[in-house]
Ligand binder design. Structure first.
Ligand code: BG6
Length: 508
């Protein structure tokens, strides 16, 4: 019997950590926040967990007049400050041996020649095998230039048997037209199977668990439809403001920053049909199917809301409004709160509104998906006994306090048949001994393995913009968003929107 057909071995292999083959990662934009807070620490964490190949190299490309050691120090500082796993000298020393720096600007062909030489040298000295990932942690306006330089230097299309991948971070465009243009630029250099678009929410354990919850159990899927579900609320609330991020955020706003990507992806996983298998192709096919069936509930004036945070209190700290933050003009119409209502034209979901909302400087940081169930068709209790009975709910707590809660009615102890809402809780912290890896660890590992399941495709990105574009157009013609006090749950117009729909926002 050959090794691959041995069922015992196959079973064991699925649980064995997968380690990529020899390769090098080049990061463009190494001095940015994302690289120092997330990317470099995640690479170290992978090394620390034994998930990187021995033949691995990390190359930084930036304008600064640095040598390898300066870049090494930046990586080391960022690892010590932000890595999830403990600092171990021997792991760092091994990683540091493969760290290089290339100085240059994106418009300088000579810099890309130096990059090519550096990578060739690493291939021969460290055995990185001619396999390279190019991580564009840079503003999208520079994508085209970098892709073209990579193409001209021959780095984008390696010889047979080697791979070259490009990793891009959102925003994937500003609207549908610009997303198409961007995809066109990237795809003219890298074939689609070599493009890895990061939506870091898909790297979160709790988000991957949506599929396990739905498709590994018999308990939930039979009621996961419009016979039982009244509505779905997907919330990503943050308590932080935008101080220091004006350059990126002004003119972008909450809908483009979060709804177009993270929340629509959460919606797709919540609403899609069961895939034939978890192969990337089948999974993406189901996501695309459901995304194609989504439409905005009309009229938009009644079914959407947007706001901008004003001064207020965040806990015990007094905070300023957006218009007083550095990087925002007093006239800025950028929304920091956005809520939209979607419908899905499928047999499963017809008639069920999906409410998506996100905002900065809200009451607290929480991301959750809540399925709110219909009320029981008949309550055989005295009316006064069910006054504190709400609607049943299943809440997937994406973060923090990761887990799942079921809310249902229970008899209050005593002689009366009084029924009140109670919660039943699953929490990752108490159910599992292992800590969840950071989203970027999982995504960088998958990208190096060439495993595309957790990366939105070109088609998914364009469909999300198609959904959102009409709202953005509508809002652009409406002037300023409504102000809301920092530390509250958004503008009054968002509550009014829900009241019009005969529902209420959850207060997580
Ligand atoms: C990013 C957004 O994609 O996600 C930020 O650009 C937001 O505005 C961040 O703060 C939130 O990520 P997380 O993982 O902390 O929920």
């Amino acid at each position: 019997m050959t090794a691959w057909s041995n069922p015992l071995r196959d079973k064991r292999d699925k649980r064995m950590p997968r380690i990529p083959g020899p390769c090098g990662v080049v990061i463009f934009g190494v001095t940015g926040d994302l690289a120092t807070k997330k990317l470099m620490p995640a690479i170290y964490d992978l090394a620390n967990r034994g998930l990187l190949p021995a033949n691995f190299a990390l190359v930084g490309f930036a304008r600064r007049d640095w040598v390898d050691e300066d870049f090494g120090k930046l990586v080391c500082d960022s690892v010590r400050k932000h890595a999830r796993t403990p600092y171990r000298q021997e792991v760092w020393d091994r990683l540091a041996e493969g760290i290089r720096f290339v100085q240059g600007t994106f418009d300088d062909p000579k810099a890309f020649e130096r990059l090519t030489e550096t990578l060739q040298k690493l291939d021969s000295e460290r055995g990185t095998g001619g396999n390279h990932a190019f991580y564009l942690s840079i503003p999208p306006k520079a994508f085209q230039q970098v892709c073209e330089q990579l193409q001209k230097s021959g780095l984008a299309r390696p010889q047979d048997g080697r791979w070259s991948r490009v990793v891009i971070e959102k925003p994937f465009g500003h609207d549908l037209a610009s997303a198409r243009e961007l995809n066109g630029v990237v795809n003219s250099v890298f074939p689609e199977e070599s493009v890895f678009r990061i939506d870091h929410y898909l790297g979160k354990e709790t988000v991957q668990n949506i599929l396990a919850l739905r498709f590994a159990n018999e308990l939930y899927e039979p009621i996961w439809n419009n016979n039982y579900v009244d509505s779905v609320q997907i919330t990503m609330a943050e308590d932080i403001g935008l101080g220091g991020r004006g350059g990126y955020y002004d003119g972008v706003g909450a809908a483009r920053d979060v709804i177009q990507n993270h929340l629509i992806q959460l919606l797709a996983l919540t609403a899609m049909e069961e895939p034939v298998s978890f192969s990337p192709h089948e999974l993406q096919a189901e996501k695309i199917k459901v995304l194609s069936a989504i439409r905005l509930m009309q009229p938009l004036d009644d079914t959407t809301a947007r706001g901008q945070y004003a001064a207020g209190w965040q806990g015990s700290e007094k905070v300023t409004g957006l218009l007083d933050e550095e990087g925002f003009s007093k006239e800025s119409t950028t929304e920091t709160y956005a809520a939209i209502t979607l419908e899905i034209d499928t047999r499963r979901w017809a008639g069920v509104p999906f409410f998506l909302r996100t905002g900065k400087r809200l009451g607290r940081r929480v991301t959750e998906i809540a399925l709110i169930f219909k009320r029981a068709p008949h309550l055989p209790f005295d009316k006064t006994m069910t006054e504190e009975l709400g609607q049943n709910a299943l809440v997937i707590r994406v973060q923090p306090d990761e887990g799942i809660t079921t809310r249902f009615g229970s008899k209050v102890p005593g002689s009366a048949m009084e029924v009140r809402d109670v919660n039943m809780d699953f929490s990752y912290g108490s159910a599992f001994a292992e800590d969840s890896p950071e989203a970027y660890e999982r995504l960088i590992l998958d990208m190096l393995l060439g495993e595309p399941s957790l990366f939105p495709t070109n088609a998914e990105v364009e469909l999300s913009w198609e959904i959102l574009d009409p709202v953005l157009g509508d809002w652009a013609s409406h002037g300023k968003p409504d102000a809301y006090e920092s530390g509250t749950w958004g503008p009054a117009s968002a509550d009014e929107m829900m009241h019009r729909m005969g529902r209420e926002w959850r207060r997580p």
